[in-house]
Design a protein around this ligand. Structure first.
Ligand code: ADP
Ligand code: MG
Length: 463
């Protein structure tokens, strides 16, 4: 029918605009490399902030003692403790708890957010068992993973540049987040010292390095997205401090804010951005990360309903509700292997109150999920190629058997199988056969929390 034809042409046009052929991904990777250079050259030189992390020594395996970590960065926050055994001892015990952040606290006041976090931390510390031991006379020490852009002033201090991922707490912007957390910890009557402030990507890099010495970069694909990597300290013109002994510095790219004319952006992305809490910001993040993929799908479906009566005479009201389709639900539809697409049917019913859809309609929805996930996954692979290029590791070197390992984490990467497979295949496609065995993507399960505790250990006041 004419309506079906119209719906399919909307879908087809969207697919064309989302296309990411290899040549385009290479342009994106080159643009990433160029922006990396610009961001390292001067403060504000690029949309890529290329933040200096003050981490110039990654974990060695000699870390020893009890350390805590607190990971704040999205929908949930995690608190963990680890007893580290020192040289050859590894991680002796490890415990964590995960708590979700009440949505009102994400847009409230700084004090309310930090008090809530500190209270959860205090509860967790109170449950510490005999498996964990703080030497007498010492304070407990904490690594704080804070996954928002921060201008660090030292390894244990830094001012919040801006919020992302649905957080918006005005009075925290520009503040030292370590000071804010410290005050909240004191208000809880807890005696604890924050010895390291790290971004989740930096934590993941540190956690990955602890178990694999070939880890040179980390990428997070969760609610948002970001990457960090080990840079040559002399390749950072904007760094005027003393050159670290190691000759290296971990850079937090804040790649979610990457922008390039080569990115395949559509009318739906532009509208999503314009209506977001942070218009014009985090454009890369808005097309590849978990907070947004489901929302992009919803927007296309909405247009198909409004202009081509895709779901019948009237536009289902629920389809108009922003962010009602979460990425885990999108991924469940995408992964539906049943012959009559039962999962798609039940998601449509439960989320949008849409029933009586035909199989072809459900198939088109799976195809739409595929288009959105494929674009995101392929662009993340292009971003990784950009990092490899910056480090000159995108061509075959004479060093035989050298491996470059990228530690990956985040709920999107972990749970969205089609996305992950597409990312890994695309990376192989981009680097070519000769290199594809030496470039390894490794899942670093909760590397960011572990990494923060490890960095807290290497920054311990009692060393
Ligand atoms: P955060 O990024 O908030 O620190 P996570 O790394 O756990 O937390 O990522 C959570 C995000 O991962 C969710 O917001 C969601 O977008 C995505 N996600 C979680 N589960 C799935 C799933 N089954 N399929 C697709 N995406 C998922
Ligand atoms: Mg996280």
């Amino acid at each position: 029918s004419r309506r079906w034809g119209k719906a399919m042409s909307i879908l087809k046009e969207f697919e064309e605009k989302c296309a990411t052929p290899t040549w385009k991904l290479k342009q994106v990777a080159d643009a990433m490399t160029v922006e990396m250079h610009a961001g390292l050259a001067s403060e504000g030189g690029s949309k890529l902030k290329m933040l200096i992390s003050f981490v110039h020594n990654l974990p060695t395996g000699n870390e020893e003692g009890l350390f805590y970590a607190l990971d704040l960065g999205g929908t949930n926050f995690r608190v963990l403790r680890m007893q580290l055994g020192g040289k050859d001892g590894g991680i002796i015990s490890r415990e964590f708890t995960e708590v979700s952040i009440p949505p009102n606290l994400m847009v409230g006041t700084s004090t309310a957010l930090f008090d809530y976090i500190a209270a959860e931390l205090a509860k967790f510390v109170n449950e510490e068992s005999q498996d964990f031991q703080v030497p007498p006379g010492r304070k407990r020490e904490l690594g704080f993973t804070f996954s928002f852009p921060v201008m660090q002033t030292s390894i244990a201090s830094g001012n919040l540049i801006k919020w992302t991922k649905g957080f918006n707490i005005d009075d925290a912007v520009g503040q030292d987040v370590v000071a804010e957390l410290s005050k909240a910890i004191e208000r809880q009557g807890l005696d604890m010292h924050i010895t390291a402030l790290v971004n989740d990507t930096v934590g993941t890099l540190a956690g990955g390095r602890y178990t694999n010495k070939d880890v040179m970069a980390a990428v997070i694909l969760g609610t948002g997205t970001n990457a960090a990597y080990v840079e040559n300290a002399q390749a950072i013109p904007k760094w005027h401090g003393p050159l670290p002994k190691s000759g290296e510095m971990v850079i937090n790219m804040e790649w979610g804010n990457f922008l390039s004319s080569h990115l395949p952006l559509t009318e739906y992305d532009n509208a999503l951005d314009a209506e977001s809490l942070n218009p014009g910001e985090q454009i890369f993040e808005k097309i590849i990360s978990g907070m947004y993929l489901g929302e992009i799908v919803r927007r296309v479906l909405c247009k198909m309903a409004e202009e081509a009566f895709f779901f019948g005479e009237t536009v289902p009201q629920k389809l108009k509700v922003p962010f009602i389709l979460r990425t885990p639900d999108m991924s469940a539809m995408h992964h539906d292997t049943s012959a009559d697409l039962n999962v798609v049917e039940s998601k449509l019913k439960n989320i949008f109150e849409i029933s009586n859809t035909s199989l072809v309609v459900r198939k088109a929805i799976v195809e739409l999920c595929n288009i959105v996930a494929t674009r995101g996954a392929r662009l993340s692979a292009a971003g990784i190629l950009g990092i490899l290029k910056k480090l000159g590791k995108d061509t075959v070197s004479d060093g035989e058997g050298n491996k470059n390992v990228i530690a990956m984490d985040g709920g999107l990467y972990e749970h969205y199988t089609e996305y992950r497979k597409c990312l890994e295949n695309t990376l192989k496609e981009l680097v070519g056969e000769d290199l594809s065995d030496s470039i390894v993507v490794e899942h670093s399960n909760d590397g960011s929390g572990t990494g923060a505790a490890l960095l807290a250990a290497s920054q311990s006041h009692y060393l």
